[in-house]
Design a protein around this ligand. Structure first.
Ligand code: UT7
Length: 338
């Protein structure tokens, strides 16, 4: 890899891979666990089924992440020893420490490179590839592994009491390998990372009574499970999703038509439809796979990327916009020249 006359390097995504748990949780399964129906879930979310990690047999985030990264390395045709840094987007570490990054780096056989987790919930992968791009362009690193993984179902209450959130989520992991390129035009060309902690309690996981805001009644059954004000999050997501697309197009000086793929966080097919309608995005430019996996939090965006990649839809020279929103509240975009 060489720098151009102005000392600039580009960034390329040289490989990807995904790994999902084998266990499934269909709408019909949920009908047996709580008062809900397949028809209600499909109409409100577009989801038919999701994957669920078997935590009892040790299927944790680091296990899924390790398999995803191994596949990405094979796809990129490089060895784990060639990675200079490993970044993991997750909000569901196996335990508070060590990080998933440290566990995966050891499992796949990295050198003693830096490894860490970044927590921005459903926006985690988007934040993390944006950071990785900047770290490569700074000249500090040449090859970075980036993983998005979550085993969020460990924080779901599969009873009537938790049904508002239970229907949405699934587990999964996917990874990409980023590498410095001779072509300085390649890589991230515009991005936006946003957060508003003022909306933190619209989507949170309380671990003790103090975590409950005044307006939410304390109930022991809510501890360690996802608490969501679905309507507030829906409104936030529809609004910010559209705002951040406009913001990013403006930064890059391009139109929505110039973007070849919108790689979006899969939270609810109605939220994606609203963005498609607003910007006139044709179906083939915005892959929806939520029907198969539900909302996989940090895994969601790289799973979409890997499905597009393995179906041969991604071509050099195209433009791709990654888009996410989620707990925090967080939201953002990352526009890439491939
Ligand atoms: O990464 C970001 C993560 N989160 C999101 O993006 C979530 C965004 N929000 C949503 O996707 C939607 O708000 C949901 C799909 C979660 C819920 O859809 P909704 O249209 O906002 O439903 P709602 O909460 O307003 O509830 C409507 C009705 C209520 O009954 P009543 O009060 O009208 O009699 C709920 O009790 O549906 C009931 N309900 C259910 N019924 C069957 C709530 N959950 C369920 C359920 N099955 N699972």
């Amino acid at each position: 890899m060489t720098e151009d006359a102005r000392g600039r390097v580009g960034v390329e995504i040289i490989g990807s891979g995904m790994h999902l748990p084998e266990g499934t949780l269909t709408n019909q399964d949920l009908e047996q666990l709580m008062e809900t129906s397949d028809a209600w879930i499909v109409k409100r979310t577009g989801i038919n089924t999701r994957r669920r990690a078997d935590l009892a047999s040790g299927e944790t985030s680091s296990v899924l992440a390790t398999e995803a990264m191994k596949k990405a390395l094979v796809n990129a045709k490089i060895e784990a020893t060639e990675l200079d840094l490993l970044l993991v987007a997750t909000m569901t570490c196996d335990s508070p420490t060590p990080s998933v990054g440290c566990v995966v780096a050891h499992e796949i056989g990295c050198r003693d490179i830096g490894a860490m987790d970044i927590n921005a919930a459903c926006s985690g992968f988007l934040y993390t590839i944006s950071i990785a791009d900047a770290m490569i362009k700074s000249g500090a690193y040449k090859t970075i592994g980036v993983i998005g993984v979550d085993t969020i179902t460990r924080h779901i209450d599969y009873s009537d009491f938790g049904r508002g959130a239970a229907i949405l989520f699934g587990d999964g992991a996917a990874a990409v390998v980023l590498q410095a390129s001779d072509d300085p035009e390649k890589g991230m060309i515009a991005h936006a990372m946003h957060a508003d902690g003022g909306g933190a309690k619209h989507l949170f996981i309380p671990s003790c009574a103090l975590d409950f805001p005044e307006e939410v009644e304390f109930d022991e059954r809510k501890l360690n499970t996802v608490q969501m004000n679905g309507q507030a999050v829906f409104k936030f997501a529809v609004t910010k999703f559209q705002e951040v697309i406009s913001e990013t197009l403006e930064m890059a000086g391009i139109e929505a038509d110039d973007v070849d793929h919108f790689v979006c966080h899969q939270a609810n097919s109605r939220i994606l439809d609203s963005a498609r309608d607003r910007f006139g995005i044709p179906e083939e430019k915005l892959l929806v796979n939520i029907q198969k996996y539900g909302n996989t939090v940090g895994g969601s965006i790289p799973i979409v990327y890997d499905e597009l990649m393995s179906s041969g839809k991604i071509k050099p020279g195209q433009k791709m916009m990654f888009l996410a929103f989620g707990a925090g509240l967080t939201w953002g975009s990352s526009l890439w020249q491939l």
